[in-house]
Write a protein that binds this ligand. Structure first.
Ligand code: 4AD
Ligand code: MG
Length: 447
C-alpha cells in the first residue's frame, strides 16, 4: 500500500496500474450494488479502499458474509481515482481471495479501544493504527540511530547479555539461575558500557545497541524490566564531547522521523499528543539548556512549587524534579544537568577536582524526565582503585576493567539512552509499555 499511496500524489501517479494487495480487513461495508473493503497491510497507516461489484471474481465469499473484519485477504485490481474525499485513489477489484477467515469474536473491531485493553491483547494490537504507527516509527528510530553513528565513524559492537559484572552497582540484576554459569554466578546485563569501554580503548568511537535488564520493582510509566539501550563510547573525549554527541544524536533522529515518517507523525499529532510535531521540530533546532547539578538544586529550592520529595544538595533528582526543570523552568527545552555528587552516581565516573562531584551528565526531556545518562569515565588508575575501595567493591572482580587503565589509558566518555523512552518522546505515547512490542514489567511475561 505504501508503494501506491506513499508517493508524492498519494497514488494519483499510479492510476491505471494493476496491483495486488495482501493484508487484513479493517472494515467492510456492503451496499446494494457495491461493497467497500478497507484493507491494511501494515506498510503505512493508510488503508486501501477496495471497491467491488458483483462481477468481481470471488464476490460470492463477500456476499455470503465470509469476509469480515480481521480476515486476511488477497485482492487484485486496478488503481483508479477515488470518488470519495478521504483518499485520492482506490482499487477497483477484479478478484478477491479469502486467505484466512476471522472469527466474529475478533477483539479489535473498528470502535476505538483503550490502550489498557490492548495491552491484554499484545498479540493483536499491532493491527491497530496506533501500534502500527509506533512500530514503524520505532523502526525508523533504530535505522536513524545506526545511520547517525555509522556516518560519524562509530563502530557498532555487541555487548554480552549474560555477564558477571554489575555496571551500575545498584543491585538490580536478574540472576541467571539455570546456567549459574557453569558454576560461576551470572546475571543479565544492566548495561553494556564496561564492555564498550574495552572496544573504545582499541577502536576509538564505538556504540552498542541491544537489550538490557533491570530487576527494579517499579511500576511506572517509564520503567521496564527489559529495555533496549544505545550506548556510545568515545575515546579521547571528555564530558563536553559527550554532551555534544548526545545532543547531535537526539537532534538527528528527531529530524529523521519528522522527514521520513510524515504520515505516522501526523497521526500522533492528531490523536496521541497534539502539537508533537512542533515540539519535536523545536528540539531538532534549538540549543539545549546546560546547567550544573548544584545550580539545578538551587533552582528547585527557589521554585514556588511543592514537591513530594524534599530537595537538598546531595539528593537524587526525582522524576517530578526532572520534569519541573525541563517543562516549567526551561519551557519544554531538553536540559542537560552535569556534575552530580559522587555519592549518588556509579563508581566508574571521573572525579572532579572539587572532590565531591563527578563528571556525569543526564539529559532530561519534557514528559519523560531522564532520557540519557552518561559520564566521562575515570581513566586514572589510582582514582579508580580508590573509588572501588571506598565503595567496598572487590578490585579483583574488576581486574580486566582496571587493565584498561594499566595499558594505554585515555580520557573517554559515553552515555546510555533508553530506546523505549526515546520512542515515547518521539511518538507521544504516555506509557512505556506501549513503546515496545512486548513489555516486560513486574508480573507481565504472558506474550
Ligand atoms: O542512567 P543509566 O542507568 O546509565 C547506564 O546504564 C550507563 N551505564 C549508561 C552509559 O553511560 N553507557 O541508564 C541509561 C538510560 C536512562 O537514562 C534511561 O533512559 C534508560 O537507560 N533506562 C531505562 N529505560 C527503561 N526502563 C528502565 N528500567 C530503565 N533504566 C534506565
Ligand atoms: Mg541514570
Amino acid at each position: 500500500i505504501v508503494d501506491v499511496k506513499g508517493g508524492p500524489n498519494e497514488g494519483l501517479d499510479r492510476v491505471g496500474l494493476m496491483i495486488v494487495v495482501a493484508g487484513w480487513v479493517r472494515t467492510l461495508r456492503a451496499q446494494s450494488s457495491v461493497t467497500f473493503i478497507e484493507v491494511n497491510d501494515g506498510s503505512c497507516l493508510s488503508n486501501m479502499q477496495c471497491v467491488m461489484t458483483s462481477d468481481a471474481e470471488g464476490y460470492d465469499q463477500v456476499k455470503s458474509g465470509l469476509i469480515t473484519t480481521g480476515a486476511s485477504i488477497w485482492i487484485q485490481g486496478n488503481v483508479v481515482p477515488s470518488q470519495g474525499s478521504k483518499q485520492k485513489v482506490e482499487l477497483k477489484v477484479n478478484k478477491i481471495v479469502l486467505v484466512g477467515k476471522s472469527d466474529p469474536s475478533y477483539p479489535i473491531q473498528k470502535k476505538r479501544v483503550s490502550r489498557e485493553f490492548l495491552r491484554t491483547k499484545a498479540h493483536l494490537r499491532p493491527r491497530t493504527n496506533t501500534f502500527g504507527a509506533v512500530a514503524r516509527v520505532r523502526n525508523a528510530l533504530a535505522y536513524a540511530t545506526h545511520k547517525f553513528f555509522q556516518e560519524n565513524g562509530f563502530i557498532w559492537i555487541s555487548s554480552p547479555i549474560i555477564t558477571a559484572s554489575d555496571c551500575e552497582g545498584a543491585g538490580e540484576q536478574f540472576c541467571v539461575t539455570t546456567l549459574d554459569f557453569f558454576e560461576k554466578p551470572a546475571f543479565l546485563t544492566v548495561s553494556g558500557q564496561l564492555n564498550a569501554e574495552t572496544y573504545a580503548t582499541a577502536l576509538s568511537n564505538v556504540y552498542t545497541f541491544g537489550p538490557t535488564f533491570r530487576a527494579e520493582n517499579s511500576n511506572t510509566s517509564r520503567h521496564l524490566a527489559e529495555f533496549w539501550m544505545i550506548e556510545p563510547e568515545l575515546a579521547f573525549a571528555d564530558l563536553k564531547d559527550d554532551m555534544a554527541c548526545a545532543t547531535a544524536y537526539l537532534q538527528y533522529v528527531v529530524r529523521y522521523i519528522l522527514d521520513n515518517c510524515k504520515e505516522d507523525m501526523d497521526f500522533f499529532n492528531t490523536w496521541i499528543e497534539k502539537g508533537i510535531i512542533d515540539r519535536l521540530s523545536t528540539v531538532a533546532e534549538r540549543d539545549f539548556v546546560q546547567l550544573s547539578y548544584t545550580d539545578a538544586i538551587e533552582l528547585l529550592i527557589k521554585a514556588k512549587k511543592k514537591f513530594e520529595f524534599l530537595v537538598k544538595w546531595g539528593c537524587d533528582l526525582q522524576s517530578e524534579h526532572e520534569r519541573y526543570l525541563t517543562e516549567e523552568a526551561f519551557g519544554g527545552c531538553p536540559v542537560i544537568v552535569s556534575d552530580y555528587p559522587k555519592e549518588i552516581k556509579a563508581f566508574y565516573m571521573r572525579q572532579n577536582d572539587d572532590g565531591r562531584t563527578v563528571a556525569a551528565m543526564d539529559m532530561l526531556v519534557p514528559r519523560i524526565g531522564e532520557l540519557i545518562g552518561g559520564s566521562q569515565r575515570e581513566e586514572r588508575l589510582e582514582y579508580l582503585e580508590g573509588r572501588l575501595d571506598e565503595l567496598k567493591l572487590n578490585r579483583d572482580s574488576y581486574w580486566w576493567y582496571l587493565d584498561l587503565r594499566h595499558y594505554g589509558s585515555v580520557p573517554h566518555a559515553g552515555f546510555g539512552l533508553g530506546f523505549e523512552r526515546l520512542v515515547q518522546f518521539a511518538t507521544g505515547v504516555e506509557n512505556i509499555r506501549d513503546a515496545i512490542p512486548f513489555p516486560r514489567t513486574p508480573g507481565s511475561v504472558e506474550f
